[in-house]
Design a binder for this molecule. Structure first.
Ligand code: IFM
Length: 512
């Protein structure tokens, strides 16, 4: 990032900090029982099970930097961010938070925040620079040290095997629409389990598989930038096969391994009570929330389409239902916000768009010729600075729905968080008074506790994110961290929300 960009970011963020203080001392929106929020009594009474795993999450490309060190190959995100015009501010993840070098310091900070679980991802091109072949020992050594350092700090290493940084060499072979990638990916996952499986026992094959296949191949907002619904469907099918093949190769290499998921999910509410809108909301849930979960648990795709799934377009072959079947040991998913869904009727679809990683914006005519719904992010609740509606109640609805539909599985909340630009404030002694983030987590966690009290078997919560980081096509314009990062010198400052989360983790309650 160049100097001018830093200055602009810092000024904007400092303004946000002042604003948040003003908002809070005058009329804090959360204090007025805004729609979707929970009562302060429920917050006070919220309890979490003994041994609940309080955690944070990050992803390799977003935090590591060191994009071409120690034999690492080029990823599709390196190629994308190095292409002019793709990322806000013209920034890249070349350095990001420099966690490749600073991981001991970051893990020490996580320990200071009383964390018990750290969800990180492994960069495939660090392990296999072009996506296939013998592993790069320097890459494996890095993650081996990372796992050791986490364990020494009393923190569970939770590994996401793929958080979007495909080796460019595999994109050059056709990317995820090429079914051969399922086999390459299973080899990669097996290498990880063989070398790290004595210490890492919790594996999630893919982060948000719907999002990276749809954004990368369906609408072209992310690399490799293709906009073809057929390519999206083929990519999604390859990923289903890959997920199951990986589960088998991981378990073959490590007897201690447990395999789950890190799906992106948004509870879907029908726009009206009409049968058509209710059916459309069910299709949204099938397509965006449980497409890959259903494939793993039952070896079939859920009813995401009007009529039969377009099997031919997906590249589905007889027998694939058996390959896809690989029941997960636990179910992991993220919650950020909700969708209001309606039936797109017979109108000619014009394709959906995407903004950020959590909001898809579908045109009135619907997303595509097969799912025939349109999904909108409502604005009844307050918006974060990243532009997402805050709707704490959504996590209760989502967790209880998945519990019901999948026979009360063990659940890990793999991500949740909010983007606010609060920065260190000199007149508050250099602290970061990000009170809006505290309120966000307080409300949401109270709803999660309610779902647990109602029987959901949730064993962890991972705040996104441990520290501010590179937010994909939005570059450094969003800040989701519990720890502020000054990208000029990599200085970390724990935000007030981080201090609050540390107390919650220690007390296992929200009234701290
Ligand atoms: O930063 C992302 C992350 O990579 C995936 N889930 C949503 C986060 C915030 O947009």
């Amino acid at each position: 990032m160049d100097r001018r960009q830093f200055v602009v970011n810092s000024v904007t963020a400092a303004g946000a900090a002042l604003l948040s203080r003003g908002i809070l001392s005058a009329a804090h929106p959360m204090q007025n029982q805004v729609p979707g929020s929970i009562s302060s009594t429920a917050v006070r009474q919220a309890r979490f099970p003994d041994g609940f795993l309080w955690g944070t999450a990050t992803a390799a490309y977003q935090v590591e930097g060191a994009w071409n060190e120690d034999g690492k190959g080029e990823s599709i995100w390196d190629r994308f961010t190095h292409t002019v015009g793709k990322v806000k501010g013209g920034t890249t993840g070349d350095i990001a938070c420099d966690q490749y070098h600073l991981y001991p310091q970051d893990i020490a900070l996580a320990r200071k925040l009383n964390q018990k679980s750290y969800r990180f991802s492994i960069s495939w091109p660090r392990i296999q620079p072009t996506g296939t072949g013998a592993p790069n020992s320097k890459g494996l050594d890095h993650y081996s040290r990372l796992a050791d350092t986490l364990l020494a700090a009393g923190i569970r290493p939770f590994c996401t095997i793929y958080h979007w940084d495909l080796p460019q060499g595999l994109e050059d072979r056709g990317g995820w629409p090429n079914r051969d990638l399922a086999g390459y990916y299973a080899d990669y996952a097996g290498i990880l389990a063989k070398h790290l499986g004595d210490r890492i026992t919790v594996w999630a094959p893919f982060n948000m598989p719907w999002s990276f296949t749809y954004m990368g191949y369906g609408v072209g907002a992310f690399p490799p930038g293709r906009a073809n619904f057929g390519d999206f469907l083929k990519a999604a099918h390859t990923v289903s096969l890959a997920q199951a093949e990986a589960l088998r190769s991981i378990k073959a290499a490590s007897s201690k391994a447990t395999v789950g998921s890190a799906y992106g999910m948004a509870p879907a509410y029908p726009e009206t009570d009409s049968e058509a809108d209710r059916a459309a909301a069910a299709r949204y849930h099938a397509m965006n929330n449980v497409f890959f979960l259903e494939a793993a648990m039952h070896g079939r795709y859920p009813k995401a389409f009007v009529g039969e799934p377009p099997y031919e377009l997906m590249g589905f072959r007889p027998g694939d239902e058996k390959i896809m079947l690989a029941p997960l040991d636990w179910v992991g998913f993220h919650y950020y916000n909700r969708r209001i869904v309606s039936d797109a009727g017979g109108a000619q679809p014009t394709g959906g768009g995407f903004s950020g990683t959590e909001i898809e914006s579908d045109p009135a005519t619907g997303r595509d010729p097969y799912t025939r719904f349109r999904a909108a992010m409502p604005t009844e609740g307050p918006l974060s600075e990243a532009g997402l509606e805050i709707w704490p109640r959504g996590i209760y609805d989502l967790v209880t729905q998945i519990s019901r539909e999948y026979d009360h599985p063990v659940i890990e909340i793999t991500e949740s968080g909010c983007g606010y630009l609060d920065a260190p404030y000199e007149r508050a002694g250099g602290t970061v008074p990000d009170v809006r983030r505290i309120e966000f987590f307080r409300q949401e966690l109270a709803e999660l506790a309610r779902a647990i009290a109602d029987g959901a078997r949730v064993r962890s919560f991972h705040a996104w994110s441990l520290l501010d980081n590179f937010e994909w096509a939005n570059g450094f314009t969003d800040r989701y961290g519990l720890i502020y990062v000054d990208y000029r010198d990599q200085k970390r400052t724990i935000k007030d929300s981080g201090l609050w989360y540390a107390k919650v983790a220690a007390a296992n309650r929200l009234d701290v």
